[in-house]
Design a protein around this ligand. Structure first.
Ligand code: OGA
Ligand code: NI
Length: 334
């Protein structure tokens, strides 16, 4: 069956290794020179715009449901530009309470600090969200919080799907229907990146685009790490307080006939602090995904063949992390 652990690369358990306080990264985790991150020292001064000055767009969703039509149109416009130009943006005032975000994140942080035996007993990976028996029993209220978190994030994804659909010139339900309706495939992946003695030699997560529909990432509130590719540069995302980082996945690239594109990203680690992030994947389910007919024209012929998300996942699992080459290789011959 689908083994999320193998995507975009097999998960390696380096937490205990990190806790053993080695001062060098073992050879097997060292990346080839071209894949290593260029970690700039914060003291380097330059008159050129540095990575520190650049960020992915931040969109305030506050006025999306208000009475002010001009404001609403400008929010839609900002999201449209962000989807076209970046494939990544942050949303603030998204309607999910900061307390729920903080509790959700801290529960998972606690989970990673449980003794290894307890974490292993709790076979939570690869299980459906709703299989409560498989959820960690500790900390005590985690099920309620994670359940509520999942419910609210699904709802926010539904609202964003409508915005994307309208921005693509379609009816507001069109994209959701193309995902297979309300019964979507949702999956929460919690990432824990331990401290690393030589962050310049390795990566927390190799470059990849997300294979699914859309991802809502709740980043760590204290440590940055996510980098988004922009041309030949890697932009470090500076999260706004209590923002979600939204990104387009390969399935929306296919449905939109590459009007929107999934964008490569990766995670760098650091020697001072561990990092936790919650990646919520909002995916189509059971339905063949191909460019929407409204978006296929003589000038813009269909770029992709139909494939269900499960078929696509099988296809990419055989190929390992390859940045965006997966979705690119799907293009139909023309
Ligand atoms: C992912 C991902 C980024 C992060 O899980 O697909 O890109 O910041 N995570 O952890
Ligand atoms: Ni990702």
């Amino acid at each position: 069956m689908n083994n999320l652990q193998d995507w975009p690369e097999p998960i390696v358990r380096v937490q205990s290794l990190s806790e053993s306080c080695l001062d060098e990264v073992p050879n097997r985790y060292i990346k080839p020179p071209l894949e290593r991150p260029s970690i700039k020292s914060s003291s380097s001064s330059s008159s050129f715009a540095s990575d520190d000055d650049v960020n992915i767009p931040i969109v305030d969703l506050g006025g999306l449901y208000g009475k002010d039509d001009t404001l609403r149109a400008s929010i839609l416009g900002e999201i449209s530009i962000a989807c076209h130009d970046w494939g990544f943006f942050q949303v603030i005032n998204h309607g999910i309470k900061p307390e729920l975000l903080d509790r959700g994140r801290e529960i998972w942080r606690e989970f990673f600090h449980l003794p290894m035996e307890e974490k292993q007993n709790m076979q939570i990976l690869q299980r459906p969200m709703k299989d409560y028996n498989k959820w960690p029993a500790l900390p005590s209220n985690c099920r309620e919080v994670i359940d509520e978190y999942g419910r609210q994030v699904v709802e926010l994804c539904g609202r964003l799907m409508k915005v994307l659909s309208i921005n693509l010139g379609l009816g507001e339900r069109r994209l959701q229907d193309a995902f297979g309706g309300e019964n979507i495939g949702a999956c929460l992946r919690v990432n824990f990146y331990p401290k690393c003695p030589q962050p310049e030699l390795t990566l927390g997560l190799s470059s990849h685009s997300d294979p699914g529909g859309m991802t809502l990432l709740l980043p760590d509130d204290q440590v940055t790490g996510l980098q988004v590719r922009r041309g030949n540069d890697w932009i470090t995302v500076k999260p706004a307080p209590h923002a979600f980082i939204v990104n387009i996945g390969d399935q929306i690239q296919v449905l939109s006939n590459a009007i929107y594109r999934s964008v490569e990203h990766r995670v760098i680690v650091n020697s001072a602090k561990e990092r936790v992030s919650l990646a919520f994947f909002y995916n189509p389910k059971g339905i063949p995904i191909e460019p929407l007919k409204e978006l296929v024209t003589p000038e813009r012929p269909s770029l992709y063949q139909a494939m269900t998300f499960d078929e696509y996942r099988l296809f990419i699992r055989t190929r390992g992390p390859k940045g965006k080459s997966q979705v690119e290789s799907l293009k139909s011959p023309r």
